[in-house]
Design a protein around this ligand. Structure first.
Ligand SMILES: N[C@H](CCC[C@H](N)C(=O)O)C(=O)O
Length: 285
């Protein structure tokens, strides 16, 4: 199986071009576990399929490192957009990408040759705060405060097509991301699990960010998580709409604006690490 390993701010996935390759749907969770395994596989935060869509320009399907399917992936969208443009699956610089979490709009910024892309902007749609849409158990009428890692945490639930719980802290480096993240990810309040973000607003337009991802654990970056965090910051009066927020993630910076039109724009890099051939074998990982 031919693959391309790409990353957005260090959030890497193994991309398979299903315009070319044929994969069995029921094999995908195990294939994701196999390729993501850094010892017995290639090593990544998961598997992403780039292929034809019945109603958009391109389709992106995302699997986390544990084999669970994700409904959206911001870093994955930027790399998918880069791949589709550079491989001629789209001829325009602006096009649409189908995801389980909805249709996203991509704008690639080609380099001066017009051939390659390292910077991509994605219109990630509007954030959702209704607990039913995330989903979160409960009425949503009061604050969501949960115990984890021996402390109480106030969480701001937000959906970007996938579920996020944003926690504002004074110092992200001191936050128990692994211990609290792992406990909150599978907390019964989240029937479908949740991605957990710890953020600190240095200024209303500068945010420090760390993340524990559902199904992948600590990653270097989470694009949907960064969008959810900016939405939560605006909703909490810590930032404003139409203000570009620089989000400092461990793997680098994303530039995010929640427009008064309702949608969130995310701009960041998209890079190829390597391409290769993977022996799909029957090993059970
Ligand atoms: N790394 C991705 C998020 C993957 C989300 C996945 N962990 C889920 O189950 O929702 C991003 O850049 O948005």
């Amino acid at each position: 199986m031919r693959f391309t390993k790409m990353h957005g701010l260090g959030n890497s996935y193994i991309y398979v071009d299903v315009f070319e390759e044929t994969l069995e749907e029921h094999e995908l969770p195990r294939l994701a576990r196999q390729v993501a395994d850094k010892n017995k596989g290639i090593g990544s935060d998961g598997l992403i399929l780039v292929g034809p869509s019945t109603h958009e320009d391109v389709k992106m399907q995302v699997f986390n490192a544990d084999g669970s399917e994700a409904k959206n992936c911001g870093n994955g969208l930027r790399c998918t957009a880069k791949y589709a443009y550079e491989h001629g699956y789209v001829s325009k610089e602006r096009f649409t990408i189908e995801t389980l979490g909805g249709t996203m709009k991509a704008t690639v910024h080609p380099d001066n040759t017009g051939q390659t892309v390292s910077l991509v902007t994605i219109d990630m749609g509007a954030p959702k705060f209704n607990w039913r849409d995330i989903p979160v158990k409960g009425t949503g009428k009061n604050e969501l405060v949960l115990e984890a890692a021996g402390s109480s945490w106030q969480l701001a639930p937000v959906s970007m097509g996938n579920p996020h719980a944003v926690i504002f802290v004074d110092d992200v480096e001191q936050a128990p991301v692994e211990k609290a993240g792992a406990e909150l990810e599978t907390h019964e309040a989240f029937p479908e699990g949740v991605n957990v973000e710890f953020v600190h607003m240095r200024r209303s337009d500068v945010m420090d960010f760390r993340v524990w991802e559902r199904g992948s654990g600590i990653t270097q970056a989470c694009g949907t998580g960064a969008c959810a965090a900016v939405a939560a910051a605006v909703a909490a009066g810590k930032s404003e709409k139409d203000k570009e927020v620089t989000v400092h993630l461990p793997g680098g910076d994303l530039y995010i604006t929640w427009q008064s039109s309702g949608n969130i724009l995310m701009t960041g890099n998209a890079e190829v690490i390597c391409t290769g051939d993977y022996e799909t074998r029957r090993a059970s990982v």
